[in-house]
Design a protein around this ligand. Structure first.
Ligand code: SAM
Length: 240
């Protein structure tokens, strides 16, 4: 069982999970720990750690922040979702959002398919592929309201993966740890080419271990030029 930490949810993110969401957290935790014996899904397995680094961190990107409306129906993609973070906790909290859990690793996506069945999460879907490819696929390009990305690469690479997938007016949320002026300069130069601007940078401290988190919100203000995203491997090898 995971800890509940109701006061911490309330005090840090102005939110309180209901009993059915608590049950979903426990199931999610149980299934991941079980599957972790066979597939390498996460190194974060201790209950408090899992609660803070997977659940709290995933939700900190979208809760208690004016620029994200939880009541709207949004089309959302989580790029490089891994074991389902941040997309699955967000899908549980926002049943009116349609969340695509996207990753290039078939094993992980196969696991997530089973997980979604176990959790009866009807608003979450899976997709296998590379961000560089679906960004050029007309069925996905410029079609999402919100793109989430955590622990996939440097910020300008994350921008090249997320911005082409967003509708104009859509938002990307880059989950980052520490954040430097140098990273911000590089990111600004990249998003200028991709049709984005920084809407907000939110700095938070995680509630149990007091680690620093930065959430970078990028607004898509113009269509992304067709040459982006570049071919597989290029964004990572030659970041903008
Ligand atoms: N987002 C999860 C989290 O924070 O726990 C997983 C992070 S894991 C370090 C990075 C994930 O991104 C891996 O599952 C990997 O397969 C996926 N990934 C890396 N590059 C990708 C790309 N170009 N397109 C799609 N998925 C990618």
């Amino acid at each position: 069982m995971l800890p509940k930490f109701s006061d911490i949810w309330q005090n840090t993110l102005n939110w309180n999970p209901n009993p059915s969401q608590q049950k979903q957290w426990d199931k999610l935790y149980h299934e991941i720990i079980l599957a972790n014996r066979q597939i390498n899904l996460t190194r974060i397995t201790e209950p408090n750690d899992f609660w803070e680094k997977h659940l709290w961190d995933s939700l900190a990107g979208i809760l208690d922040i004016e620029i994200i409306n939880l009541e709207q129906s949004l089309k959302v993609i989580d790029i490089g979702t891994g074991a389902g973070f941040p997309g699955i906790p967000i899908g549980i909290v926002c049943p009116n959002w349609q969340v695509t859990l996207f990753d290039s690793t078939r094993k992980k996506i196969n696991f997530i398919k089973i997980l979604l069945e176990e959790l009866s999460l009807k608003n979450c879907h899976t997709l296998i592929g590379r961000a560089e490819e679906i960004g050029q696929n007309p069925s996905h390009r410029e079609s999402y309201d919100l793109a989430l990305i955590r622990a996939v690469g440097e910020a300008s690479v994350c921008a090249e993966y997320t911005l082409p997938l967003l509708k104009t007016g859509g938002m990307a949320v880059l989950y980052r740890g520490n954040w430097t002026d140098e990273e911000e300069l590089k990111l600004k130069s990249a998003i200028k080419q991709l049709g984005g601007k920084i809407a907000l940078i939110r700095k938070l401290q995680t509630p149990l271990t007091q680690s620093i988190r930065h959430f970078i919100y990028l607004e898509k203000i113009a269509k992304t030029p067709l040459q982006f995203p570049r071919s597989i491997g290029v964004p990572n090898q030659y970041p903008l």
